[in-house]
Design a protein around this ligand. Structure first.
Ligand code: IDP
Ligand code: MG
Length: 141
């Protein structure tokens, strides 16, 4: 069993029809999908998930955006899953994201940046636990 990370295909990417293409990137990078759920976040869920950013100037707009439409939420497994997924998605701002990264190819701007990725093993476990029960991680059983 490898490490786990948490990913979201954000509302901009789902709306633009990029879910399948982003799934391909996930599978091409050898991640195992432990669980996946299509979910429209409530404002309260988005606020809870991004509570760490509460003081940032973009927080309110981020909550509105993240609760504006369906998200595909995913628990992923791979050796060094957190750093490997961060490498696959690229920098927060797509203008700074490396060539071939998901954000470079699918993001609209720094807010509507197509995907989320956990930033540490500790946060990955917290984020997976925020949206999934252990028994929902069915590929793990
Ligand atoms: P990350 O998603 O690359 O880890 P964070 O700094 O954790 O980046 O920010 C969380 C999310 O908040 C980003 O993915 C993006 O959607 C949004 N965000 C970050 N910085 C800005 C900004 O300067 N303006 C608007 N939205 C931002
Ligand atoms: Mg972050």
């Amino acid at each position: 069993m490898g490490n786990r990370t948490f990913a979201i295909i954000k509302p901009d990417a789902v709306r633009n029809g990029n879910t399948g293409k982003i799934y391909d990137r996930i599978l091409q990078a050898d991640f195992k999908i432990l669980a996946a759920k299509l979910l429209k976040l409530t404002k309260a869920q988005a606020e809870g998930f991004y509570a760490v950013h509460k003081q940032r100037p973009f927080y309110e707009e981020l909550i509105d955006f993240m609760s504006s439409g369906a998200c595909m939420i995913l628990a992923l497994e791979k050796d060094n899953a957190v750093s490997s997924w961060r490498e696959s998605i690229g920098a927060t701002n797509p203008e700074e994201a490396a060539k071939g990264t998901i954000r470079k190819d699918f993001a609209t701007n720094v807010q509507k940046n197509a995907v989320h990725g956990s930033d540490s093993d500790e946060n990955a476990e917290k984020e997976i636990g925020f949206f999934f029960t252990e028994s929902e991680l069915i590929a793990n059983q």
